[in-house]
Write a protein that binds this ligand. Structure first.
Ligand code: AMP
Ligand code: GLY
Length: 422
């Protein structure tokens, strides 16, 4: 019998996962809940209307539809225990359980975990009390980085250049509750210089296989300027992650993390280490317990192996029997966003120019919807136009040719995705 897979989420990451999943020979149907207009139109993919925060509803759907594998895209349901609930109900669910998802769900937990396991990271202090935090901040050298402990949809990290700014941010988080319960505890961290990269592996709790390397562009504007966003584009491979750096990340970060987690809750799923590389040294900035968005999009463009087999093997602790094959060609994705993102932006603009007719180019949807058969914007990050090429600059040319064929009112995108690698 062929597999029936359910993917949880609605972003560009989930469109890319669903698109790749639907190409697996062993997969009959790929459901996405709730999905977006891109997954609605994808061959072999079906959107489902489900309250994904209601785990019983998800379990019911899986039973009725004979779903053989669930893949959770975003962090929130992982931190909330979706994998715990589904596995208890006997449903194969790919991703870390809640106790392992703390690697993303609590910065304070993760910093302590890294100290305990000798994993290189920035020096830090942790506070729940504003007076103590302010006292500490009066003695710091700047810049420093202030992080809300919990999940804050990518907005919980602020780089502060002086004490005045630090006081404002710490007060917002600890006293004025501007970050909700995520900010009841803060981590104040030394500012690290260098170049960032993402290193992602798939893990079955014991054994892991690295994904191809990737790098995203977090800043909104060209030249890596402007406010931080979820990511304005990404490419793979990331030349900054040389073979030597990759070996360091594996031996100093990935292996001790998986070994440390196995002592309490083995980490199953995609483990994403965000690292700063400086003079050949690696330090961990953050862990994510899922694939990155938009890193997933170029990575899935390059994945040749069946995604369902990899995920099922991870759930069953059999990853060591799997191999992973990649397209050797580089891939690059450009995010097309609604003007105003990451602050307020309009929705409902009509998107012109799709579908594209270009080869080696794939458009992944994020914030899109169908309004009377008309494709419209429905979020901040709207599309991610991805291409593979013989080299990175060709991938970039093809991706931007795709971008130029698409338009809507107030569209915004960076024109320099990949600049660090070229
Ligand atoms: P995080 O969610 O902790 O990765 O933080 C989001 C972004 O903030 C990172 O991708 C970095 O660009 C920046 N960042 C976080 N921590 C530091 C740090 N210690 N030094 C410099 N930049 C940082
Ligand atoms: N692109 C960074 C992330 O997904 O967190």
């Amino acid at each position: 019998m062929k597999n029936r897979v359910l993917i949880i989420g609605s972003g560009g990451r989930e469109h890319a996962l669903a698109w790749r999943m639907a190409q697996s020979a062993s997969v009959a149907t790929t459901f996405v809940a709730p999905g977006n207009a891109g997954t609605a139109q994808e061959r072999g993919v079906e959107n489902v209307v489900l309250d994904t925060a209601d785990f019983d509803a998800v379990i019911n759907f899986c039973r009725i539809q004979n779903v053989s594998l669930v893949v959770v895209g975003p962090e929130q349901p992982l931190v909330d225990g979706m994998v715990d609930a589904l596995s208890q109900a006997g449903i194969a669910c790919f991703g870390p359980k809640a106790a392992a998802a703390r690697l993303e769900g609590s910065k304070a937990f993760t910093k302590q975990f890294m100290i305990d396991h000798g994993i290189p990271t920035a020096d830090y202090a942790e506070f729940t009390d504003l007076t103590k935090a302010l006292d500490y901040l009066s003695r710091c050298e700047y810049p420093q980085v202030i992080k809300a402990d919990g999940l804050a949809a990518g907005k919980g990290v602020v780089i502060v250049d002086d004490e005045q700014q630090a006081i404002t941010v710490a007060t917002d988080m600890l006293s004025d509750n501007k970050f909700g319960s995520a900010g009841n505890r803060i981590v104040v961290e030394e500012f690290l210089h260098g170049e960032e990269a993402s290193y992602i592996v798939i893990s079955d709790g014991k054994y892991f296989i690295p994904m191809v390397t990737s790098q995203d562009h977090k800043a909104r504007d060209d030249g890596d300027q402007g406010p931080n966003t979820g990511g304005m584009g990404a490419y793979s491979p990331a030349p900054v992650v040389t073979e030597d750096i990759a070996q360091k990340i594996i031996s100093q970060v990935i292996k001790p993390t998986l070994k440390g987690m196995a002592e309490t809750e083995p980490f199953v799923g995609f483990l994403y280490a965000g690292v700063m590389i400086n003079n050949g040294e690696v330090k961990v900035l953050e862990f994510n317990v899922r694939m990155g968005d938009p890193e997933t999009q170029p990575i899935m463009m390059r994945l040749k192996s069946d995604l369902d087999k990899l995920c099922l093997a991870a759930v069953n602790g059999e990853l060591s029997q799997q191999q992973i094959q990649w397209d050797q060609r580089p891939a690059l994705g450009v995010v097309m966003a609604a003007g105003g993102y990451p602050e307020s932006y309009d929705k409902g603009a009509i998107i012109h120019g799709l579908p594209l007719q270009q080869t080696d180019v794939k458009v992944f949807h994020a914030g899109t919807a169908l309004d009377n058969q008309q494709l419209v914007t429905a979020g901040g990050r709207v599309l991610c136009v991805c291409a593979v090429g013989d080299d990175l600059s060709q991938a970039r040319e093809k991706a931007y040719a795709g971008v130029q064929a698409i338009n809507w009112q107030d569209v915004y995108y960076r024109t320099d995705i990949g600049h660090r690698a070229l």
